[in-house]
Design a protein around this ligand. Sequence first.
Ligand code: FAD
Ligand code: SIN
Length: 523
Amino acid sequence: MKTRYDYDVLVLGSGAAGMSIALHLPRNLKIAIVSKSDLSEGATYWAQGGMAAALHADDSIASHIADTIAAGGELCDPDVVRHVAKNASEVVNWLLDLGVPFDKRNPTPTSELHLTMEGGHSHRRIVHATDQTGRAISNVLGDKLRDSSNIDIFTNRVAVDLLIEEGISSGAYILNKDNGLVEVFQARCTVLATGGASKVYLYTSNPDGASGDGIAMAWRAGCRVANLEFNQFHPTCLFHAKAKSFLISEAIRGEGGILRLPNGNAFMHQFHPDKELAPRDVVARAIDHEMKRLGIEYVFLDISHRGEEFLRKHFPTIFKKCLEFGIDISREPIPVVPAAHYTCGGVMINKEGQTDIPNLYAIGEASFTGLHGANRMASNSLLECFVYANHSANNIASKIKDISKPTPAAAWDATRVTHSNEDVVISHNWEELRRFMWDYVGIVRSDKRLYRALHRVELLKTEISEYYGNYKIGENLIELRNLAVVAELMIRCAIKRKESRGLHFNLDHPNQVEQAKNTILCP
Ligand code: FAD
Ligand code: SIN
């Protein structure tokens, strides 16, 4: 059975970041793209709202930059923000050329595209495909990948660890879920496009694979990470016993949705002049505050006043999904709660996507670029994926001729491990980790809670590492091992930040320090 593969470029992850870098790389390179299950299982597929681009006649790149920096709690890197905002229209055109069916109804004076509104944006700026933007993008990029003869697609595979040869990246060990074997993928350049780590929390809008694998692998390999204390909680996930992780898009608030308490009263005016369209950290904290104050399990998001025809046309997925749970959003408000949504920090990279390790790149949600600061503005994430994929591809293309083929790495050694009959340890630790992260490192933190979480994660890491050393690995164990690493990094970042800024709110340090600084951890 074949367990060794050689490529020019190995791309780990098939979301917006991974698929688009594979498509941007020159056709003469042999590329492998790897994903945990099928091509579209990442967060990208589930993106609803859309992608930010200053296309409206009244809008400008300067305004997109200013809004991003304000939403980011003045911690964004202005240079990076400018770089991303400037490239937005080019990204939109690239996607349109590939055939992504962005909504064109209701044309504005300068753009054929329909632009919707989301929190933090001072203009209608969100390009979208109804409320299924991610699915539309994923489907089109997936088709293009399948048509590209230089790209091999490997699904049902989980990268375990990176291969580093004398300090230089040379590929990865990858578990083939179909046969349980760990394969050796070697490549001149490797790209981490493995998405975020929101699965570290008990309640999340993210799909199951969001276990921060790329961040943990890069850290173990020797890369710096930054700003992992800033985990974004989306204010409005559907609250229903049977609804697993279903998001109610911010675009619903953009189109007039009002947050209400069980007695019907609106409350956001008490927290921010922009009310429902305040930046996400503010809205999530306000909901959390009201839920704790009143001892309630959820609040309501009411868009019923926009009427059935409008809602079915603009939000067909949300309309249908809610109806499946017996909620007719044109007649009644939607029960919602905040849930972990986006990892603002990640593997440190430069504008070309290069990490601290030569020939290792990181892009998309796994990376830290400096764009989001202390709080990502809605719909800036897909944009970041595409801009960095493009620029990283150019960098790889210009360098790869000077990178030699790696020498063959040792095969994975599974001779000293056995099958476990104690998988309950994995499920118990998963549950424990995600619960204490939710309780102690959630929307509102304190020093005591953070140190309590640190103590817990240290114990768990020891237990997991013992298990990892003795038993055959499977996807759950790989993810748990990575989640524990990322949880610890998040807690350590949170402990280092002695202030409250953006998504990080600590009761013991409620004010902002004068000089905003990134939290950087070195392995
Ligand atoms: P992902 O799309 O998450 O892809 C990660 C890929 O890595 C997957 O293919 C996965 O299988 C693979 N992978 C992970 N670990 C491994 C491993 N160990 N081995 C092999 N493969 C691995 N952002 C916006 O800008 N606009 C929106 O409207 C929007 N809506 C959202 C709605 C929802 C419900 C969610 C969850 C997120 C939303 N976001 C939105 C955020 C945005 O979708 C993500 O940040 C973005 O899609 C991340 O893309 P990515 O390519 O970095 O990662
Ligand atoms: C949403 O549609 O609310 C998600 C947008 C985002 O996360 O950027």
